[in-house]
Design a protein around this ligand. Structure first.
Ligand code: HAM
Length: 418
């Protein structure tokens, strides 16, 4: 049997690429307009980086990472998300020295060993941003506004932006105690993971894939926020209202990664089932310090590219097609076409041809299939006279043109308003 791709991993085929490229170009343009610059970090890092940043008792770290020992005996992990690597690079290259606010974006594959299903893959793509250096709530608002604009530009409507605050080191302790007290009565009925996490990291219990439904009346972080966290959250809410960005406060929004503080959010699509979160993120004011850098606040988000694409309005996507198809009839015409095709291609005009010199009928079929705007037909007669037929594939109009003028003739016709 032939070898197949690994389960949960998808090929992105040539016919899919225009939509991918459109999404990527739209994101790049927007992020760069907002002053973000691209960073590319490795797809693998020392395992310890992810354990320390995402959190040792999260599902991602405990159950989903692709971890292996390399030939030097070091524990290596394929990145399950982008934030940890970007923050590592931020510290390693002292990017904090360059600006008050370092604004970075990235795109690329991430790897999680989750149960594959529609919208959930083991290799998937994220496009993400991280803004490091300031904890001002206006940075949160700007990042959320950028996310909102991105989805508007992609023609994806019907999403709900859900926001919450997870507090900070000051107020988390009191909430943790209240949560433990609440959970203690339920403890015997909870899964083994929850029982263990109750001790090590009780906030993670709320995120349990098995038991999450049992906690609909649990205490919520919003009721325990300290004054600075409360005021931060209120400013974010107010700012979103000022900018006319619709949102809902979801008091029960918990994220599957431990590094979050204060503002957290998800962009959710109602009808997508379990895999309904298209983008998500939040603030992580303790992370840079946690992994060895100077205390530096940060905020960011990542969107799932496959999920965004499944919702995208593809009307604005331009599918590339050749400007010209050259139908060369017979071996002599094929020989004549060679320098012409080369000349046009090297001058930036996309040209397709049939190398076989087959019949006019079969070549016109190929020309049609190629989606070319025009077809130039070169037969024996045309070779002698230097005059060939140029056919507009849409209107079926034909004109006799001097082959040496093909470039101008094409330009004239393609620039004409249709
Ligand atoms: P996350 O919520 O784990 O956050 O992932 C972000 C997005 O990646 C999800 O909302 C989803 O669209 C997509 N995604 C996650 N797992 C899969 C999967 N198995 N298959 C397909 N798509 C998936 C983070 O990764 C954070 N690093 C986001 C962030 C950036 N926070 C701050 N800065």
């Amino acid at each position: 049997m032939s070898i197949q791709a690994i389960k949960g991993v998808k090929d992105i085929l040539p016919q899919d690429m225009p939509v991918w490229q459109y999404l990527e170009a739209t994101a790049r343009k927007l992020f760069e307009d907002y002053g973000f610059t691209e960073i590319r970090v490795p797809v693998f890092e020392y395992t310890e980086l992810f354990a320390r940043s995402i959190g040792a008792s999260t599902d991602i770290v405990e159950k989903e990472m692709y971890t292996f020992e390399d030939r030097d005996g070091r524990k290596i992990t394929l990145r399950p998300e982008g934030t940890a690597g970007v923050v590592r690079a931020f510290i390693e290259h002292k990017l904090y020295a360059d600006a008050q606010l370092t604004k970075l974006y990235y795109l690329g594959p991430m790897f999680r060993h989750e149960r594959p299903q529609k919208g959930r893959y083991r290799q998937f793509y994220q496009i993400g941003v991280e803004a490091l250096g300031l904890d001002h709530p206006h940075v949160d608002i700007e990042v959320l506004a950028m996310l909102h604009t991105l989805f508007t530009r992609l023609g994806i409507g019907g999403l709900s932006l859900q926001i919450n605050s997870l507090g900070d080191g000051e107020c988390r302790g009191a909430y943790r105690d209240a949560l433990k007290q609440y959970l203690s009565a339920k403890l015997p009925t909870l899964c083994a993971d929850c029982q263990r996490r109750y001790e090590t990291n009780p906030l993670r219990v709320l995120d349990c894939k098995v038991d999450a439904d049992k906690f609909t009346d649990s205490p919520v972080m919003l009721d325990y926020l300290c004054d600075p966290c409360k005021s931060h959250f209120e400013t974010v809410e107010q700012g979103l209202r000022t900018l006319g960005i619709p949102f809902e406060v979801n008091k029960r929004l918990v994220r599957g990664l431990d590094y979050y503080t204060r503002t957290t959010f998800e962009l959710v699509m109602g009808h997508m089932g379990a895999q309904n979160t298209v983008a998500a993120g939040g603030r992580y004011d303790g992370l840079v310090k946690e992994i060895g850098g100077p205390a530096t606040p940060g905020i960011g988000f990542a969107l799932g590219v496959e999920r965004a694409i499944s919702l995208m309005d593809t009307r604005n996507v331009v599918f590339p097609r050749p400007a010209l198809f050259i139908a060369a009839l017979g071996p002599d015409a094929v020989a004549l076409a060679l320098p012409l095709v080369h000349h046009l291609k090297s001058s930036g005009i996309p040209v397709e041809t049939d190398y076989t010199g087959a019949s006019l009928k079969s070549q016109m079929k190929k020309a049609d299939k190629s989606g070319a705007g025009h077809t130039l037909i070169i037969g024996e007669q045309e070779m002698k006279s230097g005059i060939a037929v140029l056919r507009n594939m849409q209107t079926k109009e034909q004109a006799e043109i001097a082959m040496k003028n093909i470039e101008e003739e094409l330009k004239k016709r393609t620039m004409r308003p249709s």
